[in-house]
Design a protein around this ligand. Structure first.
Ligand code: C5P
Length: 205
């Protein structure tokens, strides 16, 4: 069984995807980490994320980088959204995501284009939403708990910038697949959101 979980930053898609993977006993891939790893390489090698050839050069990263907690930073997310708009970067990361999705036994993947590009054949597709203010509040709490001094207003502005960039790019924009089931987590606890996600996947809507 392949489950695709898409949605904007801090919508709850990662938490839901991890819980679904645990529930069904299948592996999970947070595809945002791949783009964040490219961003981290861009920073490390002092490349220009807006230049496609630079961003492509940064796609050659060591997998150990994926475990680096620094990838979760707000600044890395912003650069990830710049590099991810380049078609050649998306192409460079596509095969490993498709392979992960189509491994025997199934998988859960979360990202922006899982249901539309990586696994259009997924057995269940969720599109997870929440209001920008609520997403900013969650992300701000998370960053603060990790010691960041960033303000709520800055986090909200960054979320809006990233939403605009991710939704307006021409290759694999952030958009719900036609057959995706929508899940708004704005006013749901984590437990309630996960229960709702399982109900949707099982067709108990
Ligand atoms: O999900 P996360 O916030 O970690 O993703 C970071 C950035 O990577 C997103 O803003 C988006 O631009 C990009 N991304 C993408 N396609 C995916 C996953 C992430 O373009 N499947």
């Amino acid at each position: 069984m392949i489950i695709a979980v898409d949605g904007p930053a801090a919508s709850g898609k990662g938490t839901i995807a991890r819980a679904l993977a645990r529930h069904y006993g299948v592996p999970h891939l947070d595809t945002g980490l791949l783009y964040r790893a490219v961003a981290a390489q861009v920073l490390r090698l002092d490349l220009d994320p807006a230049i496609e050839a630079d961003a492509v050069a940064a796609c050659d990263f060591d997998d150990t980088l994926l475990a680096d907690p620094g990838l979760r930073d707000d600044a890395t997310g912003q650069i990830a959204s710049i590099v991810s708009a380049h078609p050649l970067v998306r192409a460079a990361l596509m095969q490993r995501q498709k392979k992960f999705a189509h491994q025997p036994g199934g998988a859960v993947l979360d990202g922006r284009d899982i249901g539309t590009v990586i696994a259009p054949d997924a057995d269940a597709k969720l599109f997870v939403r929440a209001t920008p203010m609520i997403r900013a509040r969650r992300r701000h709490d998370e960053l603060k708990s990790r010691g960041s001094a960033i303000s709520y207003d800055q986090v909200l502005a960054d979320i809006r910038t990233r939403d605009d960039r991710d939704s307006s790019r021409s290759t694999a924009p952030l958009v719900a697949a036609e057959d995706a089931m929508e899940l708004d987590t704005s006013f749901l606890s984590i437990d309630a959101a996960v229960s709702r996600a399982i109900a949707l996947v099982e067709g108990r809507t």
